[in-house]
Design a protein around this ligand. Structure first.
Ligand SMILES: *Cc1c(COP(=O)(O)O)cnc(C)c1O
Length: 426
């Protein structure tokens, strides 16, 4: 590994930008996220491939019970994506046509889409500017007689204010659904994410904490919700092929309109094996984030999102806010220049209501989310994943300093231009 002296580091910061033909700081480039798959994980999958049962079977049962234990929930129901997990949770909560569900304005579109799948209406709620978590004051303002549930998103990996959300939910008789696709492995007041809300949805997409390729899970303490979701993921049938085989029967009934959202055993084996690494990987993510926090403390122009004292953060994302206009640039230019330096930055997310589908869906309904609007212009997600090293964090910060140096110098040069002209006229 190349080690640079402070002088060499300073030189890198002052060198021409990679976007203008200079040498990139991160070479090879760092992605914003990348899965880790170990040999033991691969062995677990190939063992299933050699077994007689490939689709939903014994490995799914094992994965679900290990997962439930880990998040301290009585039940966990696996499905084949985080989106399916959200859909199953919204179904289990009984959301149907005419029902409203409060969702944060800044999240992945799937959080809101799940409500629409069930014929409900997502009502977009503003977020807190320092955390991008659901603003509980705004939640209260948006409750109507049609509100059926609150769907809270643990943005970036930090849990929402669940005791406040629970209090609001109980007062108004609302279901509390947690989209914890970012927050597996985090805690709120010493309670594991997955053991707090009525229903909690997780994703095992490769960028998330653990992966099954594609996959998801819903945890709950309710046996009724568990049963409803197990039926829902299997076309709404009251038994599955494995059960029928064991009972020696062919008969089943379709009770609800369900889907094929089943996770196969091949993927459950991967998930079960990955789950053994989760706590180590979350620790690595926290260490990387702490290193970012420490290095960025000296850069007043970059604001990492705030960390609440009563929670632990599992850092699916490491998000910062930058006022690009103060630097004399805009996010598009900054983003492009940072990517050219080999830093795989991203933006999470465009406010959901801004998507053309939602513009059409909302028609002339007014969405008032000033914090979401402001933050959207300022957010960047920096690379964070378990295989990353502390030296990679240092490179990312050096690339940020390089851009800051460039834009400050360019701003000063532009600011000086008129004065120089007037001097020449004298
Ligand atoms: C990843 C993600 C989802 C969807 O998960 P998939 O497994 O990709 O379907 C939903 N909500 C949030 C907040 C996510 O980050």
């Amino acid at each position: 590994m190349e080690i640079l002296t402070p002088e060499e580091q300073e030189k890198q910061i002052e060198a021409p930008l990679a976007v203008d033909g200079g040498k990139p700081i991160c070479s090879p480039p760092l992605p914003y996220s990348r899965q880790t798959v170990l040999e033991v994980d691969i062995d677990a999958v190939t063992a299933v491939l050699r077994s007689p049962w490939l689709t939903t079977g014994p490995k799914v049962v094992e994965f679900e019970s290990a997962f439930a234990k880990l998040v301290n929930a009585s039940h966990a129901v696996s499905v084949n994506s985080g989106t399916a997990a959200l859909h199953a949770a919204v179904f289990a909560a009984g959301v149907g046509p005419g029902d409203e569900v409060i969702v944060p304005a800044i999240t992945f579109a799937a959080s809101a889409n799940a409500v629409i799948y069930q014929g409900g209406t997502p009502v977009f709620c503003d977020v807190e500017p320092d955390t991008l978590l659901l603003s509980t004051d705004q939640v209260v303002r948006l409750i109507t007689p049609k509100t059926k549930a609150i769907l809270a998103v643990d943005y970036a990996g930090q849990p929402c204010d669940y005791s406040e959300l629970k209090r609001i939910g109980e007062k108004h008789n609302l279901a509390l659904i947690s989209d914890a696709c970012h927050s597996l492995g985090s805690t709120y007041r010493n309670q594991s994410t997955g053991s707090i809300a009525d229903l909690t949805a997780f994703s095992f997409h490769p960028v998330k904490h653990i992966t099954t390729g594609e996959g998801g899970m819903v945890s709950t303490s309710s046996p009724i919700f568990e049963k409803r979701m197990k039926t829902f993921r299997n076309h709404g049938l009251d038994s599955d092929p494995k059960e029928r085989e064991e009972k020696g029967t062919w008969y089943y009934e379709m009770r609800d309109l369900g889907f094929n959202y089943r996770m196969p055993d091949i993927q459950a084996a991967l998930g079960l094996s990955q789950l053994q690494h989760l706590l180590d990987w979350v620790k690595i993510r926290q260490t990387l984030a702490t290193h970012y926090n420490q290095l960025l403390r000296e850069e007043a122009w970059i604001q990492p999102l705030a960390l609440k004292k009563d929670r632990t953060h599992s850092y699916h994302l490491y998000v910062v806010r930058i006022d690009f206009s103060k630097l004399g640039t805009n996010r598009a230019e900054f983003f492009k220049a940072l990517r050219a330096e080999g830093v795989g930055v991203n933006v999470h997310y465009i406010p959901v209501y801004r998507h053309p589908y939602y513009q059409k869906h909302l028609q002339d309904k007014i969405v008032d989310c000033p914090n979401a609007e402001l933050c959207y212009e300022q957010i960047l997600s920096l690379p964070i994943f378990p295989a990353m090293r502390l030296s990679d964090v240092e490179k990312v910060v050096r690339a940020l300093k390089k851009l800051h140096h460039f834009f400050a110098r360019r701003g000063a040069a532009q600011g000086n231009t008129p004065r120089r002209f007037s001097n020449e006229n004298q």
